[in-house]
Design a binder for this molecule. Structure first.
Ligand code: ADP
Ligand code: MG
Ligand code: ZN
Length: 723
């Protein structure tokens, strides 16, 4: 499974629960998956789809999203399509034919199709291996987005009673969960409930004062990256967007009062990175999967914490650090009260008032905001300091600094008070670098005596010691550290020292380090390249590569195909199609700036993966092929259909394997005709070629020749590259 994950999606590891969910689905057991936005739900059915022989049907209510999701799959080499009302009749027939010919692995369908008798007949002609119901809360009246069409899924379930169903949603309430199980008639489903903590989101509440200036500062931090600003009223969205434009930020308003066309254009521009900032009422964001939104601002108080969680949840789906900032004043409550007073229904009004009160309590909190949010959704949180909300980040702690202060002051003295904190820190932490050896500082008794503080920690402590007047700074441009008189007596008297510092959570992880220290200029270059390719291919940029992947590239600076392929997010097909363009941009930048590659952490893991691959179903097929067996013989030996064996071969080739397919080719006459037909139809789709050639040729033959030609093209491309 890790193999498929890397080859088709480019990732090295699963996100929490993904592996367990996929394993359960592959065993053909029904599953209910509750995971927050950005948790990686799609993969839970997309990866099993690659393992099953038949088709995976995906039901999703978000028509606008289907095309992007299918484009994303195609860009990874997965054969997928969708059927919804945006297709012409002819297009729909074509997709249906592809599904019937078993060319498609994944088919997205809109729920309203299911009610049409013609469509049901079509479904009966398919070999369905798995049904995934995305946004499954739409089946429940208790959810926030009930779709009556989802109820017809019960019928689908009954007509596909032998097929496993997986239902996925980000809505966690017990009632909705029960509804999903009941209406979909899930049988003894395995339930997976992920933590609703979004670890990469930082939550902050700020007083509503000089709000617009504060907003400008926030946007400055993320200039050029995507942000959504939520306002209370339509009028405010227009005013704020206009104000931002005056300040040189490219921003557009979005609200329900705008023409439908204007709204969809605005949304499209945002998805395609043509406008980075949207100022919106809550109407914006439902139907978009954009993974690289870095900032969500609530310019006004949200109505409920459900809404707040959902809106902030749109930030950072790619897992990179992102900010959620809410501007709060008690005055906002009065604005809301005015509207709530107009609710006629007494219970409904009480309900709304209660939700508002909980939101206000969240704003006025003196304790961890993350903890409050999670508790609100019925989940437990036991860290004392989350390290990712304004309350926790402002928390301080006192600690015994006697020893570290002694070490630092000694290091300053031993290096003759001629160096800055950067060098002192390197000496203390025992850095193995030329300059230190040249100065002979690796021979000092203070060399390498600190191993429990990071460079950042030591810099912070130096600052604290300066504030205590134990150290002082000399010089302006390259300040060096000196020890004060009281510093010397502190050392001599072996005095005790207690300091106060910002409270911290545990050590930063490798990935957060990557995301801090990447080469910003290279990242910007790569983003430009991405935009160019995206507009050539007419897909949203995040489908090409996510920001997270580009940041990994800008950190590791891979300069060979091999190393590029190790970057998280670079799968086999993307490597083949985009590898050259991105490599040459990286190499240019590296040459101009004298940068070298960093070691990639996954090298070791790559080895494990190879051993794990032994014994995978694909590997067995590959071995038999090496032994010179024919398709029929392989199928017999493995107890599989010939078609399945051929599909293994196709997937192995697509995933970048190099194999000798010549023994599997049809007689030369046939081979030539098929090759010409692919050439004439100038597409890799089978049906047009089959139509050209007629019934004498089988689909199996066509697929094998297609795989052969694909591999030959690729060999040519690699040969050119080495020339
Ligand atoms: P959800 O539907 O739960 O909101 P998605 O399926 O849209 O989440 O995935 C969110 C993001 O996480 C996407 O950008 C996706 O490519 C990425 N992602 C999914 N699985 C992994 C993984 N195993 N490693 C890294 N990124 C992943
Ligand atoms: Mg999703
Ligand atoms: Zn916190």
């Amino acid at each position: 499974m890790l193999d498929l994950l890397k080859k088709y999606f480019g990732y090295d590891d699963f996100l929490p629960l993904q592996e367990e969910i996929i394993a359960s689905v592959i065993k053909r057991r029904d599953a209910l998956v509750i995971m927050p936005t950005g948790g990686g739900k799609s993969l839970c059915y997309q990866l099993p789809a690659l393992r099953f022989d038949g088709l995976t049907l995906v039901v999703s209510p978000l028509i606008a999203l289907m095309k992007d999701q299918v484009d994303a799959l195609k860009s990874n080499g997965v054969v997928a399509a969708f059927i919804n009302s945006t297709l012409s009749y002819a297009e729909m027939r074509r997709v249906q034919a592809l599904a019937q010919q078993r060319v498609l692995k994944i088919l997205y369908i809109a729920p309203e199709r299911l009610a049409l008798p013609g469509f049901r007949n079509f479904l009966r002609t398919l070999d369905v291996s798995l049904v995934a119901v995305d946004e499954a809360h739409c089946i429940s009246e208790w959810g926030h987005d009930f779709r009556p069409d989802y109820r017809t899924l019960g019928d689908l379930r009954r007509s596909l009673s032998h097929v496993p169903f997986i239902a996925l949603t980000a809505t966690a309430t017990e009632r909705v969960r029960e509804d999903i199980v009941a209406h979909l008639d899930l049988r003894d489903p395995q339930k997976f409930i992920a933590s609703f903590d979004r670890a990469n989101l930082e939550y902050a509440v700020r007083p509503k004062r000089n709000t617009f200036d504060a907003l400008l500062d926030l946007l400055e931090k993320y200039r050029g990256e995507s942000a959504i600003i939520y306002c209370f009223s339509r009028k405010d969205t227009e005013a704020v967007a206009a104000g931002l434009s005056d300040e040189g930020f490219h921003a557009l308003p979005y609200h329900a009062g705008l023409e439908h066309d204007v709204r969809s254009q605005t949304q499209e521009k945002f998805i395609r990175d043509e406008v980075p900032i949207i100022v919106a009422t809550i109407a914006f964001g439902m139907g978009i999967d954009k993974s690289d939104i870095r900032l969500i601002v609530h310019y006004d108080l949200p109505k409920s914490l459900e809404g707040y969680y959902q809106e902030t949840g749109r930030a950072g789906r790619d897992g990179l650090p992102s900010d959620c900032v809410l501007f709060y004043s008690y005055g906002d409550k009065i604005k809301h009260d005015f509207f709530l007073d107009q609710i006629a229904d007494e219970t409904e009004r009480q309900n709304a008032l209660e939700k508002l009160a909980q939101t206000i309590a969240f704003c006025e909190l003196q304790t961890c905001r993350r903890e409050y949010l999670l508790n609100y959704f019925g989940q437990h949180w036991d860290k004392e300091n989350c390290g990712g909300c304004d309350v926790c980040l402002a928390a301080t702690e006192t600690f015994d600094a006697t020893l570290i202060a002694q070490k630092m002051l000694s290091a300053v003295v031993r290096t003759n008070e001629r160096f800055g904190i950067g060098h002192v820190s390197q000496v203390l932490r025992g850095a193995n670098i030329k300059r230190i050896r040249e100065l002979g500082h690796d021979k000092l008794s203070v060399y390498g005596i600190v191993d429990d503080f990071s460079d950042d920690d030591l810099k912070e402590i130096a600052g604290l010691l300066i504030a205590q007047e134990l150290l002082y700074k000399k010089g302006r441009e390259y300040p060096t550290l000196g020890v004060t008189e009281s510093g010397r007596s502190f050392l001599k008297n072996r005095a005790q020292l207690t300091l106060t510092r910002r409270k911290r959570e545990e050590e930063p992880t490798a990935s957060s380090r990557t995301t801090r220290d990447y080469d910003r200029a290279l990242f910007d270059d790569l983003r430009l390249l991405r935009s160019r390719i995206a507009s050539e291919q007419n897909v949203p940029p995040y489908i090409i590569f996510s920001d997270a992947t580009l940041q990994h590239m800008a950190y590791y600076i891979p300069q060979s195909r091999e190393n590029l392929s190790r970057i998280s997010g670079v799968g086999a097909v993307k490597l083949a199609q985009l590898g050259d363009a991105f490599l040459s941009a990286i190499c240019d930048h590296a040459r101009q700036n004298n940068l070298t590659e960093r070691n990639l952490p996954s090298q070791q893991r790559g080895k494990n993966r190879n051993t794990r691959r032994k014994g995978s179903t694909y590997d067995l097929t590959k071995q038999l092929l090496h032994q010179g067996l024919s398709i029929a013989e392989m199928a017999k030996q493995r107890g599989l259909a010939e078609r399945t064996v051929i599909s293994h071969i196709e997937r192995l080739i697509l995933a970048g394997e190099d194999m000798d397919l010549r023994p599997l080719m049809p007689p030369l006459e046939h081979f030539k005709k098929i090759k010409t037909a692919f050439h004439t139809s100038s597409s890799t789709a089978l049906t047009p070629v089959k139509n050209l050639l007629g019934d004498v040729y089988s689909y199996d033959e066509l697929r094998l020749v297609r795989a052969f030609l694909h591999q030959r093209e690729r060999r040519k491309a690699t040969a050119d590259e080495h020339r």
